[in-house]
Design a protein around this ligand. Structure first.
Ligand code: G6P
Ligand code: MN
Length: 440
């Protein structure tokens, strides 16, 4: 089996330890020669990097593990780039959430004006990353988890339309599959899902088991009769438990398909705003919780000199998925994953240029998506509106257009009112001066 060189962009992320752990537990399915962490914030990364050194020494000493802030070192001669950068860090996520809320508009990391703001920050660094990687490793696979994945995917497709080795993925579909498995006590790895939508904006239409039986009706009934919890409920903060619980509400109102949890923000924006604390948002919860724990535990591990019996890994699903996706490509396993690809007829009645999220077989030549066919008016209407928002966001960035930015926000279901959109936009511009192009 081939031994891969990989680089993790955003090495100082709270998700990195989980990915590193997954790399060490998947060595028989995804061979490794070298693992490099890369981050622009060297201090932050050092804590995780020192933990990684110990982990690899103990679990996979044959793998060359290192961390760097030098992109020449990071991007040269790599087979896979795992990208999870967060331009502006959690402090800017906090702004993305709090600024809209201060105007009574939804404040969320990837949805609504927060997603718009984060998207406008991510595009520049993502485009630069792809250019640098292509200069130093023209053949590398770039697996991207950077948010907001919907906007990032559309932007990369517009900057690099011919690049066949960029794949945007999100772990929420697989988190949901794992959660359905726990809910109905079935093995989720046997599920054959059908799914369509945009990132953080989609639906499972069927969940077939290995005998071809559709489990979706049973899953829906179970949720409607007893609620829904994430597979790793014991490790989750209350806000995530509330989010999963909202799936029951969505099924009551819209019983046809199993919705992605993120649809709650678009279907019930008023309810979500009225249940948000504008002074303490998810970013605060993450900084006080996961970030503190992960960095604290990494420091402890370094002080002790061993990572044995440590619990620095929050949620295996994320790391496992990333490594399994890479393995499916590297070893041509053709396993099914839900990924983000250009539509090109997959959903027959949506435009070709929509970046849709859909089930695909994943092999050495990349994703081979499964056809969806026609979708019904309700979903088509929702998706077209959201896609227009995403497209105008990318155009606002590329053209430096204030008008397009205002159009994007006004189109978003979480905003709607043009005057409100302008107020939110002006405040976001002010907060993002260091990151956004000038909008005129
Ligand atoms: C899910 C989504 C990711 C998102 C994450 C946020 O996994 O798919 O796109 O980044 O949740 O989680 P957090 O715990 O940071 O709010
Ligand atoms: Mn996601």
């Amino acid at each position: 089996m081939k031994k891969n060189n990989i680089v993790l962009v955003g090495g100082g992320s709270t998700w990195t330890p989980g990915i590193l752990k997954a790399l060490t537990t998947h060595l028989t399915s995804f061979g490794l020669n070298r693992v490099t962490l890369y981050d622009t914030d060297g201090q932050r990364q050092e804590v995780i990097g020192e933990f990684g050194k110990i982990l690899f020494q103990e679990e996979a000493p044959e793998v060359d593990f290192r961390y760097t802030t030098d992109k020449e070192v990071a991007y040269r001669d790599v087979d896979f780039v795992f990208c999870q950068m967060r331009t502006g860090g959690y402090p800017m996520r906090e702004q993305d959430e709090k600024i809209p809320l201060s105007f009574g508009v939804l404040g969320q990391e990837t949805c609504g004006p927060g997603g718009f703001a984060y998207g406008m920050r991510s595009i520049r660094d993502m485009v630069e990353m792809v250019k640098e990687v292509r200069r130093l490793s023209p053949e590398a696979w770039i697996l991207n988890y950077t948010n907001p994945a919907a906007i990032v995917a559309l932007a990369l497709d517009s900057y690099f339309p011919d690049d066949q080795r960029i794949l945007n993925i999100c772990d929420q579909p697989v988190n949901l599959l794992r959660s359905y498995g726990r809910l109905i006590e079935a093995d989720y790895t046997k599920f054959e899902p059908t799914y369509f939508g945009l990132n953080h904006f989609g639906w499972f239409t069927h969940i077939y088991d290995e005998n071809g039986q559709d489990l979706a009706p049973q899953i829906k009934d179970t949720i409607l009769n007893g609620g829904f919890r994430p597979v790793d409920a014991e490790q989750r903060d209350q806000s995530w438990l509330d989010t999963y619980a909202m799936v029951e509400d969505m099924l009551l109102d819209f019983p046809e398909y199993l919705p992605n949890t993120y649809l709650q923000y678009y279907l019930y924006p008023e309810y979500k705003v009225s249940h948000s604390n504008p002074d303490y948002t998810r970013a605060n919860e993450v900084m006080a919780g996961r970030e503190k724990n992960v960095f604290g535990e990494c420091r402890d591990i370094v002080a002790k000199g061993t990572a044995k019996d440590s619990h620095v890994v929050h949620n295996d699903a994320h790391g496992d998925m990333i490594v399994e996706v890479a393995a499916s490509i590297a070893n041509n396993l053709r396993q099914t994953y839900i990924v983000i690809v250009p539509n090109n007829g997959i959903v027959a009645n949506l435009p070709n240029d929509v970046m849709i999220e859909v089930a695909a077989s994943l092999g050495i030549n990349g994703p081979m998506p499964y056809a969806v066919g026609q979708i019904e008016t309700f979903y088509k209407g929702l998706i077209e509106g959201q896609h227009a928002f995403e497209k105008l966001t990318v155009e606002a960035y590329r053209e430096g257009s204030y008008t397009k930015a205002l159009q994007a926000l006004t189109l978003n279901r979480t905003v709607v009112d043009g005057k409100k959109a302008r107020k939110v936009l002006d405040a976001l511009i002010e907060a993002n001066r260091a990151y956004w192009p000038e909008l005129t």
